[in-house]
Design a protein around this ligand. Structure first.
Ligand code: GLC
Length: 695
């Protein structure tokens, strides 16, 4: 949204000038209706600035009518909603979407979601979730874009552009900040990261979202190095307002202000309200702390009135910019007709296609032949609700195609399905040419407050796979999951392994298209897959340490005095950026033009050396070899999706700003240090053509 016009400022100032203190505080109160039987009365009294989690457009209309026509000043409500990966057209979970490495497509998907949400009365989307996460035990890893700040920033900006391309919609990147670093992967747990890690890993996706125009942000539940995010002057004022000059609205997460009491940093709700407003939280989601205590706090001089006015101006400016004062009544007909259009379903199919990651394909077991006899095994193959993933409360299970639907449409009587009974599954396998087994997690094993300490296959799925593997038939495993799983045994057993995540309403068609080769998989991992929980946190952009596992430099001692385990390799099950195709790509002719000005230009040739057209995601990584701060052994700095016909080769050319090669230095300021860099161009974070350059 553009800057605030003079006329808007005049209208806003006139309004503020007519508001009582109680009405100002009312604008800072955000409530979820089902918890408040007296909500309409509160709205009529001017005690409510916004509502959220209202799914019925008629209810939204009713609340807006009370606000516009029955309150003294007629200030309309903000209407927020968690539109995390689609509204009624449910896309793959965001972690799956990140594996597309296709920001243009994700921008389109966000636009589809925003269009559906806007038509149904939402004007504030509590997304994108941009928390960088290296913790697959954490249930909310499903909602984000994975482990990497660069990929996470590109995707955050794309989603914000997509959401806010729809008139009258404000995005809300969340959760500010470092919520994805919860200790032990346990939700709401402590986060103890350095300022440098904040600035170099966790803050960049928020800065990218704000640079893309995000008008609001949601502060997080967690503490950050001992200071709760909800009352954190450093993140909420120093970074957000002073360093970045960002003018938008800060909303607390659900009852996070009240939770300051549990954190042990507020004596009571009054104290929590005071500390939060002073720190810079503009709107209080659901805790009623501002509604109950701010008027008295201002009257007693514990909170300056001008800080309340500052927060009120931000909220009203947003309402003017969203056009809420002029908004026509919701067109109920449009609300329904905007949902699940053919165009939206096609976008959902494309995202599902591109989010699937081929992790193994021994002997080119895939694609399946069109006339194959297939035994399909696994309860997840016939589940609609689990295809929707963990955050789809505006979606409907009946909209989802199951993987069984998709394969049945292809194979008809040549498909035999067995849910979970081992004897029947083995019998079906014996008469089939190939077995497709869908295993993994139900959708309720990921998402908020749904964390797992064990990352294997839940229930009896492992035993089922053992029995199927013993039949000796080609075993295609389709992994439906909301997080990376530690499944080395499954990788051994599978002839082919396709990571489907929770792929949304088009799951059935998308999986079938990939299994039968109509679509050549192009997904690449946006997050590392561990071999075991004991390796976590495990991520590609790790530091070298003084005793790296691989012999480097002038080490004066022998193994085992290196940074390794006695009982597990350091290497992950699958590295960040990894994904196979039904063809193969060959990289050659790496060229690096020494930085002439402020750019490093690197090129390489990519050839499709197989027999099928395919899309590769060429990735560029760098390493700063000697710096004043220890630097990651690799950092993603650019990528490009290229589609190549069989035999075709093309040069990928990356133009990397030197300014992007820096880090937070000893003085906590961003800097680029001269010196030698390694550079790789390749298919993932563990391979590629290697070169070097100096800046
Ligand atoms: C939840 C989540 C947040 C969501 C909010 C409103 O607890 O932490 O992501 O937007 O409450 O539903």
């Amino acid at each position: 949204m553009t800057g605030t016009s003079q006329s808007t400022i005049a209208r806003l100032e006139d309004l503020v000038g007519r508001m009582t203190l109680a009405e100002k505080v009312g604008q800072l109160n955000l409530l979820q209706p089902h918890r408040f039987t007296d909500l309409e009365e509160k709205i009529r009294n001017g005690q409510v600035g916004g509502v959220f989690g209202v799914l019925n457009p008629a209810d939204i209309e009713r609340y807006q009518r009370v606000a516009r026509h029955e309150s003294r000043l007629g200030i309309p409500l903000l209407v927020g909603n968690d539109v995390i990966h689609g509204y009624r057209t449910v896309f793959p979970i965001p972690l799956a979407e990140a594996c597309t490495w296709d920001p243009g497509l994700l921008e389109q998907a966000a636009q589809v979601a925003a269009r559906e949400a806007a038509a149904n009365g939402t004007d504030w989307i509590f997304a994108p979730m941009v928390d960088i996460c290296r913790e697959p035990r954490w249930g909310r890893v499903a909602e984000g874009a994975g482990e990497d700040p660069y990929l996470g920033s590109v995707i955050a900006a794309a989603r914000v552009r997509g959401f806010q391309s729809i008139e009258g919609i404000a995005a809300c990147p969340k959760h500010y900040v470092a919520y994805g670093a919860v200790e032990a992967g346990r939700d709401y747990n402590s986060v103890d990261v350095s300022e440098r890690a904040l600035r170099d890993v966790y803050l960049p996706p928020f800065k990218a979202a704000f640079d893309a125009g995000a008008e609001t942000v949601m502060s997080s539940f967690n503490d950050i190095a001992g200071v709760a995010a909800t009352i954190n002057h450093f993140t909420l004022r120093t970074i957000l307002r002073e360093e970045w000059g960002w003018p938008g609205v800060v909303v607390s997460d659900y009852t996070a202000i009240a939770e300051l009491i549990e954190h042990g940093v507020a004596a009571d709700l009054r104290d929590a309200a005071r500390l939060s407003l002073l720190a810079g939280v503009d709107m209080d989601m659901q805790s009623e702390a501002y509604d109950r205590h701010l008027v008295a706090l201002v009257s007693e001089g514990a909170v300056p009135l001008d800080l309340v006015d500052e927060a009120v101006r931000r909220v009203l400016r947003l309402k003017f910019q969203l056009g809420l004062f002029e908004r026509e009544r919701l067109d109920q007909g449009r609300a329904e007709s905007a949902l699940l259009t053919e165009e939206a379903r096609e976008v959902a199919l494309r995202v599902a296609h591109e989010s699937l990651v081929l992790l193994k394909n021994d002997g080119d077991a895939l694609p399946l032949t069109p006339n194959a006899r297939v035994a399909l095994v696994g309860e997840l193959a016939d589940s609609r609700k689990d295809m929707l993933g963990c955050w789809s409360h505006t979606g409907r299970a009946e909209d989802a195609e199951t993987i069984l639907d998709g394969l049945s449409a292809r194979l008809g009587s040549r498909l035999e399905y067995v849910a979970s009974e081992v004897t029947a599954a083995v019998a079906a396998a014996r008469t089939a040419d190939a077995v497709v087994s869908v295993v993994g997690e139900t959708a309720d094993l990921s998402g908020e407050a749904h964390c797992r300490a064990h990352l294997g296959l839940p229930g009896q799925q492992a035993a089922l796979l053992e029995a199927l593997a013993e039949t000796g038939k080609p075993l295609v495993v389709v992994l439906a999951t909301g997080r990376p799983l530690a499944i080395p045994r499954v990788v051994e057993q599978a002839t082919a392994l396709v990571l489907a995540w929770h792929p949304g309403i088009r799951a059935g068609r998308a999986v079938a298209d990939v299994l039968f080769g109509d679509v050549n998989p192009s997904g690449r991992l946006a997050i590392t897959f561990p071999r075991t929980e004991g390796q976590i946190p495990i991520y590609y952009a790790h530091k070298s340490t003084g005793r790296p596992a691989e012999g480097q430099g002038t080490l004066q001692f022998d193994v085992p005095f290196r940074s390794t385990y006695l009982d597990e390799p350091n290497a992950p099950l699958f590295p960040f950026g990894f994904g196979l195709s039904y063809t193969r790509f060959a990289y050659s002719d790496l060229e690096i033009e020494s930085p002439i000005t402020d750019r490093v230009v690197a090129c390489a040739n990519v050839r499709n050396v197989g027999g099928r057209a395919a899309t590769e995601v060429a990735q560029l990584y760098v390493r700063d070899l000697v710096a004043s701060i220890t630097r990651p052994v690799r950092e993603l700095k650019a990528f490009e999706r290229i589609t190549l016909q069989p035999g075709e080769s093309r040069q990928v050319r990356f133009d990397v700003p030197v300014a992007s090669l820096g880090f937070t230095g000893l003085d906590m300021r961003y800097q680029v240090e001269p010196g030698e860099f390694r550079l790789w161009i390749g298919s993932d974070s563990a391979s590629g053509l290697e070169g070097s350059f100096r800046i």
